[in-house]
Design a binder for this molecule. Structure first.
Ligand SMILES: Cc1cc2nc3c(=O)[nH]c(=O)nc-3n(C[C@H](O)[C@H](O)[C@H](O)COP(=O)(O)OP(=O)(O)OC[C@H]3O[C@@H](n4cnc5c(N)ncnc54)[C@H](O)[C@@H]3O)c2cc1C
Length: 456
């Protein structure tokens, strides 16, 4: 594709603040085609970048220097399922949920479950080291990937790792997971399959105040209980979900927690009772237990479609992604409320509370330049706050273009130079996904190729 109109779909991901039109978009169907495209781009010295479903939240797949977007959506086949050894080989463009659907009848699933799992690709998950509600107990993408096939930025095809775990030598799979598309184009992913839990107890805790809800999160973990998932939704977004789906959530509650316990049937009721007591101790108005699988599905639909429902609240949303120690949740949520007040912008919260992984969603209208400016500044202040309390500038959405300027808040010049050296081993001339991750690459791509052409 080279037409301006059809390529507009590719001018950003779910971080809509930075937009830039690519030079071309290609949709290969084989690893060999990807390699040929990459070699051609090298010959012509044209930048190129991988793109999955474009659900990224940090602008990782935005063509900030133009160049060729290599979409993986047609690399969407599950190639091999090895049930006895609990492995699957899938092409990088497979949608996350399709992996689980393919083996659910065998009592297995692919554990990392981003809330976007109905759309995002496993290649995108690898690039971002994505998490999800259930990664509190089961771990993030890197804990579930054992092998990769990848087209290196010079066009060479390599295989890293394989079906066995902990292969000898450097852990190049571990290094590549989370490299945000700057090491090459992943075309195949070997993942672990995890048995489905025997039983679930899914509770909804309803709280009058955010403080009580966040204190409950800390207390549950401190009590030695490890829920499969522990998610928080605040009042603003809860009402948007109600408007969209009419689930019967209490509109006047300041926050709700979705607390899921899973594992063997024996013992689950005891843990559920302990969770209920901790909620009550923290003044929960009500604790509901999902009585049927349908009730449970409704709770998860509310959580996973929550950001979509927030689309009702404003024309544009920036979903921030910081991490903090769980015990700091009450203090940090209070400060975020204060930031919202000081900058005069609405912020709602729906996040992986058990991981301390915040997602303040900043609501605004990108056509208003003044508001856009305040959104960027408020976002930066939230990240500084996360660092101040001992956290980090990203939990699972990556740096992309969004957080380039925040890197020096967390890393020294020497740290960043070392990371750039590692990137250089794979991506020597920076043609592969330029302008991402590092402050230096931002300026150098503007000089090397063409200035960023942001437009609305
Ligand atoms: C509503 C919503 C909810 C979300 N919830 C979560 C959540 O719970 N947890 C979470 O972690 N994230 C979440 N995200 C963020 C996003 O879905 C993830 O980052 C996801 O992994 C991106 O996958 P994608 O296929 O859309 O990748 P894209 O957005 O297309 O790309 C993301 C990055 O990966 C690179 N990339 C893509 N494919 C490849 C490949 N084959 N090889 C190498 N690099 C590649 C791109 O260059 C880019 O840097 C959410 C997003 C939305 C919109």
């Amino acid at each position: 594709m080279t037409g301006r109109t059809e390529m507009r779909v590719y001018d950003c991901d779910a971080y809509t603040v930075d937009k830039s039109l690519p030079t071309a978009v290609v949709l290969p169907t084989t690893t060999d085609q990807v390699a040929q495209i990459v070699r051609l781009c090298n010959r012509l010295q044209v930048p190129f970048l991988p793109r999955g479903a474009g659900t990224g939240l940090s602008g990782g797949t935005t063509a900030v220097c133009g160049g060729v977007v290599i979409s993986t959506v047609r690399l969407n086949q599950i190639l091999h399922i090895d049930l006895p050894n609990r492995r699957m080989v899938a092409q990088a463009g497979c949608v996350n949920i399709h992996l689980t659907k393919a083996v659910a009848k065998d009592g297995l699933h692919y554990a990392p479950d981003p809330s976007s799992q109905g759309a995002c690709t496993v290649g995108g998950n690898v690039a971002e080291n994505s998490g999800g509600p259930h990664t509190l107990k089961y771990g993030v993408t890197t804990n579930h990937v054992t092998g990769l096939k990848m087209v290196l930025p010079d066009g060479e095809v390599v295989e890293l790792g394989g079906e066995i775990e902990d292969a000898p030598g450097y852990d190049l799979v571990g290094l590549t997971v989370g490299s945000e598309g700057t090491f090459g184009i992943v075309t195949e992913v070997t993942v672990k399959l995890t048995p489905l839990p025997e039983a679930y107890r899914t509770l909804l805790g309803v709280f009058e105040t955010i403080d009580d809800a966040t204190q409950t999160v800390s207390d549950i973990i401190a009590a030695g209980i490890l829920p499969g998932a522990l998610e928080m939704i605040d009042q603003l977004i809860l009402n948007a979900i109600e408007d969209a789906f009419h689930f019967g959530f209490p509109r006047d509650a300041e926050a709700v927690l979705i607390i899921e316990l899973d594992g063997f049937e024996a013992g689950l009721d005891t843990d559920a009772e302990r969770v209920r007591e901790i909620c009550k101790k923290n003044n929960a108005r009500e604790v509901r237990l999902a009585a049927t699988p349908e009730d449970r599905a409704r709770l998860w639909m509310a959580r996973k479609k929550g950001i979509g429902a927030a689309g009702r609240l404003a024309p544009s949303i920036v979903t921030q992604d910081g991490v903090i120690p769980r015990s700091k949740l009450p203090e940090v949520l209070r400060e975020i409320k204060d930031i919202s007040r000081r900058y005069g912008i609405r912020i709602c919260n729906i996040f992986h509370a058990g991981d301390g992984n915040l997602h303040p969603c900043i609501l605004f209208d990108e056509r208003d330049p003044d508001e856009l400016h305040r959104v960027v500044e408020a976002g930066e202040e939230i990240l500084k706050l996360c660092i101040r309390v001992g956290g980090s500038i990203t939990g699972e959405h990556g740096i992309g273009v969004e957080k380039i300027d925040a890197m020096p808040l967390m890393f020294t010049e020497a740290d960043i130079a070392l990371m750039e050296k590692v990137r250089g081993v794979f991506n020597q001339n920076e043609l592969c996904n330029p302008g991402k991750l590092f402050p230096n690459s931002k300026s150098c791509v503007e000089v090397k190729w063409r200035p960023k052409t942001a437009y609305v």
